[in-house]
Ligand binder design. Structure first.
Ligand code: HEC
Ligand code: HEC
Ligand code: HEC
Ligand code: HEC
Ligand code: HEC
Ligand code: HEC
Ligand code: HEC
Length: 345
């Protein structure tokens, strides 16, 4: 058995190596142990291993889905969306002048209408967890979303979060029972939808809850996601000074609306999408909430010829137009006045 012997002798250094490695390892583990020993007990109470949903509850309590206001239709008709479990499908719009039980803005007292009785705050359910989630027997919300149909008391499946939100955030044309509401939020424009060009791991937002916390309803701001804006090659280079005066959507709105200073003077003249409407001879300009976004922005959307706000005339690409302009528009200060009362059309 010389070979074995030889082998044994040969392997002697390996054994030594292994033993010393084991010693080292033991030492290493030993020295690691003290750091790991004080494992902090998790603050989940052991007897009830229910998921902690207090964060969602607190967020929901702070939001507008947990809401009662006599100015927001506290009756069995308007409840259809404002508090579905208080909705009476038989409710109807009352005869004028009091069509709906409500305290509309111009009224001193709440009007009580025939056909859609008052619902007190105590009876009012609001939009609770169970409207959007199946509740387990333990009382916690189970995973996923569904729509609780207040009429048959059954849950309907929804394919997307947007489909759930649109049970109420809709525009209706009205029906035999009453008037219509215009609350549809249109997610349009090519920047986020049908956008095949993103290279990162994170797709652009496409459903309501990609931006809105579904409980507090707070939306993420554009800059929460778009941190590194307007690349060096972009026509926006050197525009940092202008950025605080113009919202992202004033430029990137895809709805085709105009842009202009915010009609509410408290907003300090910041530029936003605006809509000008004429009704019974009165023209009014209002802020337009747009959810439609495009990437491409022509500078001439605002810097067009004879714009009433005195902005430098520019082409879509941001150049001074070559055409001979009659007046060479003197520009003494770079930071022009955002609000100039030169009439509004
Ligand atoms: C089809 C669903 C639906 C019905 C029916 C409905 N609402 Fe609303 N209501 C909504 C939604 C959704 C919002 C939040 C919309 C938003 O801010 O864009 C809202 C918001 C409101 C607001 C606050 C925001 C605003 O636009 O001023 C008031 C006030 C209001 N509703 C009153 C009523 C009254 C009164 C009725 C009954 C005549 C009624 N609603 C019926 C869905 C509805
Ligand atoms: C208007 C509908 C709506 C209501 C009301 C609602 N939720 Fe949600 N909830 C959602 C949506 C949407 C999601 C996200 C689901 C997704 O992204 O697929 C969600 C997610 C959750 C989650 C998963 C974790 C998370 O935060 O994404 C929990 C837990 C939860 N909700 C608990 C609650 C509780 C508790 C209540 C009542 C206080 C409640 N929800 C009320 C719509 C709602
Ligand atoms: C059961 C009907 C219903 C569903 C479902 C619903 N909402 Fe609402 N939502 C309302 C009503 C009604 C209001 C207005 C409450 C009020 O002001 O009285 C509102 C208010 C809001 C507001 C605040 C509007 C404002 O003017 O401040 C946001 C944002 C919102 N909802 C987003 C969502 C999102 C996102 C979803 C889906 C996850 C959703 N909602 C699902 C009925 C609904
Ligand atoms: C890309 C992000 C984004 C997506 C997606 C999105 N929102 Fe919004 N939403 C916002 C922002 C930001 C605001 C605030 C705009 C403002 O205050 O001018 C807002 C405002 C609103 C408001 C009005 C709140 C108020 O205070 O008046 C409602 C209602 C609303 N969103 C509902 C929805 C619904 C319903 C969906 C899905 C169909 C949706 N949003 C999808 C970003 C988003
Ligand atoms: C929840 C995160 C998120 C929010 C909030 C958000 N975006 Fe985006 N957006 C993305 C992602 C992700 C993409 C695709 C990846 C990319 O090119 O950056 C994108 C794409 C875009 C693009 C197209 C970029 C291109 O190169 O073609 C524009 C423009 C844009 N967003 C503008 C906005 C504006 C304006 C807002 C606010 C109203 C906003 N985004 C809010 C995540 C977000
Ligand atoms: C004064 C107009 C203007 C304002 C304000 C503005 N943008 Fe832009 N943005 C542009 C122009 C112009 C481009 C280049 C578009 C093109 O390629 O034609 C652009 C490009 C983008 C892109 C594409 C990629 C990139 O970064 O170059 C994103 C994303 C974007 N903007 C997001 C935003 C966000 C978010 C805000 C608000 C913080 C914002 N923009 C404010 C005009 C504007
Ligand atoms: C949504 C409207 C809007 C668009 C689109 C827009 N701007 Fe402006 N721009 C403004 C406003 C408003 C001011 C004034 C800002 C201030 O008072 O701080 C301004 C100011 C400027 C100024 C300073 C000189 C002046 O006229 O006051 C320059 C330069 C400028 N913009 C270039 C551009 C270029 C280049 C583009 C296209 C990439 C562009 N703008 C697109 C609204 C816009």
């Amino acid at each position: 058995m010389p070979t074995t012997n030889k082998h044994f002798i040969h392997s002697k250094p390996s054994w030594l190596l292994i033993i010393s490695l084991m010693v080292l390892l033991a030492l290493a583990i030993g020295s690691c142990q003290p750091a790991e020993t004080p494992i902090p007990p998790t603050d989940v109470p052991p007897p009830t291993p229910l998921p902690d949903q207090s964060a969602q509850l607190a967020a929901w309590e702070s939001g507008d889905h947990n809401f009662y206001d006599i100015g927001h239709g506290p009756n069995t008709w308007c409840a259809r969306c404002h508090s579905p479990q208080n909705w009476d499908p038989e409710a109807f719009r009352g005869p004028p002048p009091a069509c709906f039980t409500c305290k509309f803005g111009h009224e001193e007292e709440m009007q009580v209408a025939e056909g859609n009785p008052f619902v007190s705050e105590e009876e009012w359910v609001g939009i609770p967890c169970m409207t959007c989630h199946v509740i387990a027997e333990s009382g916690v919300v189970t995973e996923g979303i569904a729509w609780y149909d207040p009429i048959d008391g059954e849950y309907d499946a929804v394919r997307t979060v947007t489909e759930l939100c649109e049970k109420c955030h809709v525009t209706t044309t009205g029906n035999a029972f009453g008037s219509a509401v215009t609350h549809k939020i249109t997610l349009g424009g090519s920047a986020h939808l049908n956008y095949g060009g993103f290279l990162g791991d994170v797709p652009p937002p496409t459903v309501c809850s990609d931006c809105h916390d579904p409980h507090s309803l707070e939306p993420k701001a554009c800059v929460d996601c778009h941190t590194d804006l307007h690349s060096a090659e972009s026509p926006m280079t050197g525009m940092d000074a202008v950025m605080p005066s113009v919202t992202c959507m004033a430029c990137h709105d895809a709805s085709g609306a105009d842009a202009g200073p915010h009609p509410d003077e408290d907003m300090g003249g910041i530029w936003v999408p605006v809509e000008t409407t004429t009704s019974r001879g009165t023209t009014s300009t209002n802020y337009l909430l747009s959810h439609s976004i495009v990437a491409k922005v022509g500078c001439d959307k605002c810097h067009f010829e004879e714009n009433v706000n005195g902005l430098t005339v520019l082409t879509a690409a941001g150049e001074i137009p070559p055409t001979p302009t009659p007046e060479p528009t003197p520009e003494p200060t770079p930071e022009g006045e955002a609000t100039e009362e030169e009439g509004d059309g």
